[in-house]
Structure formats: C-alpha cells, structure tokens
Design a protein around this ligand. Structure first.
Ligand code: AMP
Ligand code: GLY
Length: 427
C-alpha cells in the first residue's frame, strides 16, 4: 500500500515516519516534503497543485492521502479529492472554517454551548476601540483569518490592545486575515492540546500533549508555532479527560453534524484549564485547529505502537468505531531547534551536521530543511528540527533530548532549555 502525506513540516515527517513502519506499506510520498522525508520508504514529491496531486494519486494508485497543514484544507483539497473518489483524511473546506475563521469558530461554540471566552467581532476600528474602552486589559486580540500562529496578541495593557486593533484593522499588519478581529476575554490557567480523529460521527482521541508557544524559557518572548511538546500531558487526569470529551469534543462533532458539515479529520482543541479541583475547574476552548499540532505530533507519533494507516483507513470509511490505537505508556518529548532570527526573520542556508542516528528511543524530525547537491542538510525555514525521545520519565526523556541536542552542529540555533517544566513541577 502507498500513502501520500501533504505538507513539509516536522509534523509531516513524524506522521510519514510512523505510517511507513508496517511491512505492508510500500511507500510514503510527502508533498512537497523536506530534507528529512526522503529516506527509506519516504520520498518527496515536489507538487502542491491539487490537480497534479490528484492525478499522481490516480496513476500511482495511492490508497490514502493525509493532510498535515491547514492551508490546503482551507483551500478545499478534501472537497477536490473526494469529488474524484480519492480517499483522503481531513475536513472539507466548509468544516475547516473552525480554524480558518476565528469568528466562525466562536459563533459555532456559542451556538452549541461549547465553553469558550466571551468575545466580540469587529471590522470597524472605531467600534473595536469603543469596545476596548469598555473592556480594559488584559484582553486578547485575534486576527479572524489564518495567520500562521502570529495572529494573536495577548494585550497586557490598554495601549497594547488599541495598538493591536490599529495594526490589524488600519495598518493591515496581518493582511486579509486581519481585516476582521475577534476581541476576546483574557483567560488564565494552564494550556493543553487535545486532539481527536473523527469520521463525522465516531471519535477517537489521540494521547494528550502540551506545547510551548513562547520562544524563550519561562514562557517569555514572542509567540511561535510551538517550541517543544510532550505527551502525555499530566494535567489531563482521567476526570478531565472525561469532561473534555463530554463538554468540548462530543458537542463539537455533534454540532458540526447538526450544522450540516460533518467533521472528518483531525480536530485539535487548544484548551485553557482553570484552577481548582478536576470536577469543577473551568475548561475553555482557546482555539480549534483542523489538523494535528506541530510539534505535538512528533511526541504523539513516537508513542503509537500499532499500524496507524489502518486507523486512518477506517476513519476514511466511516468506521472509526472499529479502530484502536495502542499507546506506549512512556513519555515522549520533543524540543524544537529554530533558526536564528525566528520567528520574525529566520536566517536560512546553514549547514547542519552531527545529527544523532535515530533509534527506537530517539528520532530527529526535520522541518525547515533541504538537502543540497552534496547531500548536506541545509536549514530552509524557521523551525528546523525537532529532537524527540521516548523514555521512562519526563526527567530522563528530557535529559536524553538535551544530550542529543548538545552534539548537533547548527550555528546559533535557538531552543528552549525548559521544555516540560510544568510536568516536572507536577511530579
Ligand atoms: P490561539 O492561536 O487562539 O491558540 O492563541 C495563541 C496563544 O495565545 C494561545 O496558545 C494562548 O497562549 C494565548 N491565548 C489565546 N487566547 C487567549 C485567551 N482568551 N486568554 C489568554 N491567552 C490566550
Ligand atoms: N503547536 C500548535 C499548533 O500546531 O497550532
């Protein structure tokens, strides 16, 4: 069986790596892929055009296509493939609005009584400023559209809030994505990523995980796409898991079906979990993503023990109720190595050497990388590598990751040295 993974990040490398493992998998194409997705059964496919991708899938008789990032989903790749009868796992364009429009997602959550922060949406700057005058900081300003993780300003002062509105609505700082803004109540608590698969009706949760959005240690510096993640997230106790399924995930999948847009694909709920005991603490949705997280996918994939392609094929056929994932109970943890200058202006083109050889307990997943003519690994993006390990405890796993990082030659790369600090504090 042959599989196609769409995307080029660390998430897609990890997904393709895991999918390629069973013996019956002949080949996993990654389109367009990166410097890491061209070893063993993995092969890059330098195509992004939907028509060309679909004809490649038909000619090569690819049995399953999985979509990694949000952009092709929001552009309707699932609708396009489905009309041609090609099996693809992901939400249709209309359902992907859960991520591609924050205003759509907020209205959806209010309509279906899914807990989330209070909000208002504006395209008129004066009205937005008036609203801010009545709702003092801290407050959160979000570009309505897709902004590659850069569309959210958590304003700690009124001045920052007004500035963010001016930047997005008048200064066009986020382009079309920021021509409407959602202004949202500031929530306090601990964040967790809760990702499930759905076939429109049945739901299969993935293992829990926690990301680190800020660039620097102690959660300081600008927001990024994510600087490191681990799984499981100890904050999600059995009680919280049950409540998240009942209060957030089930009403979301049922709500989409009721709205006539059955949700197929990965659904990622970014949650803010308030203080208190697990039966009573608040659980609120910060955002929905219509895909898996990056870098959450990297540790999650390391923990899957059975054939993930079977799970995805069942999901494509509406039989997710028959699927099962066997989880390695140990901890997986990944630390992202980012280019100097990331996230504003990543410096690319650096040669990276001395990578550890992968083994059962350690994998380096590649993101913004390519191979040059001499087969050297060259950085070509903001987030470049995610060094991921599997181990018996958070502490020992983290130690193994940082030891591996110490050997890698990647001049001036940036990485956090405190990934999983929350989990360690808890234990
Ligand atoms: P989002 O892309 O909506 O998840 O926002 C990116 C990050 O901004 C989140 O991971 C949070 O750290 C922060 N954030 C978003 N919404 C809120 C909120 N209502 N209150 C506090 N922090 C928020
Ligand atoms: N790591 C957060 C995201 O993928 O959106």
């Amino acid at each position: 069986m042959k599989i196609l993974v769409i995307g080029s990040g660390g998430r897609e490398h990890a997904l393709a790596w895991r999918l390629s493992q069973p013996e019956h998998i002949e080949k996993v194409y990654v389109a367009p892929g990166n410097g890491g997705t061209q070893v063993g059964k993995l092969e890059n496919l330098p195509i992004t055009d939907f028509e060309e991708l679909a004809s490649f899938v038909q000619t090569e008789q690819i049995a399953l296509t999985v979509v990694g990032p949000e952009a092709p989903l929001a552009a309707g790749i699932v609708d396009f493939f489905s009309e041609k009868g090609l099996p693809i796992f992901g939400p249709r364009k209309a359902a992907a609005q859960l991520e591609s429009s924050k205003d759509y997602a907020k209205a959806f959550m209010f309509r279906h009584h899914i807990p989330t922060a209070e909000y208002a949406t504006f395209s008129d700057a004066k009205k937005a400023h008036d609203y801010l005058n009545q709702h003092p900081a801290p407050i959160v300003i979000k570009a309505d559209g897709l902004a590659a993780g850069k569309g959210v300003i958590v304003a700690m002062t009124d001045e920052q809030a007004h500035q963010a509105v001016d930047d997005m609505l008048e200064g066009n700082s986020m382009g079309q994505a920021g021509s409407r803004v959602v202004i949202e109540e500031f929530l306090e608590g601990e964040e967790a990523s809760f990702i499930v698969l759905s076939d429109g009706k049945n739901i299969l949760p993935l293992a829990t995980s926690q990301d680190h959005k800020r660039l620097k240690d102690h959660d300081e510096g600008p927001n990024t796409g994510g600087m490191g993640a681990y799984s499981p997230a100890p904050i999600v106790s059995d009680t919280l898991h049950r409540r998240i399924m009942k209060e957030v995930i089930e009403p979301s999948i049922q709500g989409m079906a009721k709205d006539g847009l059955p949700y197929t694909g990965f659904l990622y709920a970014g949650l803010m979990i308030g203080p208190g005991d697990d039966e009573h603490r608040s659980i609120k949705v910060l955002e929905f993503n219509c895909r898996m997280g990056d870098p959450e996918t990297q540790p999650i994939m390391m923990r899957i023990k059975n054939d993930f392609s079977k799970v995805l094929c069942l999901a494509c056929n509406g039989k997710l109720n028959e699927a099962h994932i066997e989880w390695d109970p140990r901890t997986a943890l990944g630390v992202v190595l980012a280019a100097p200058g990331y996230p504003e202006k990543p410096v690319t083109g650096q040669v990276i050497t001395h990578l550890p050889s992968p083994n059962e307990h350690l994998c380096v997943f590649y993101a913004g990388t390519k191979l040059n003519e001499n087969k050297e690994l060259i950085s070509s993006g903001g987030r470049v590598l995610c060094v991921t390990a599997l181990g018996d405890s958070v502490e020992s796993t983290r130690h193994a990751v940082y030891q591996a990082i110490a050997d890698i030659h990647f001049p001036d790369c940036q990485y956090r040295t405190d990934i999983a600090w929350r989990a360690l504090k808890r234990s």
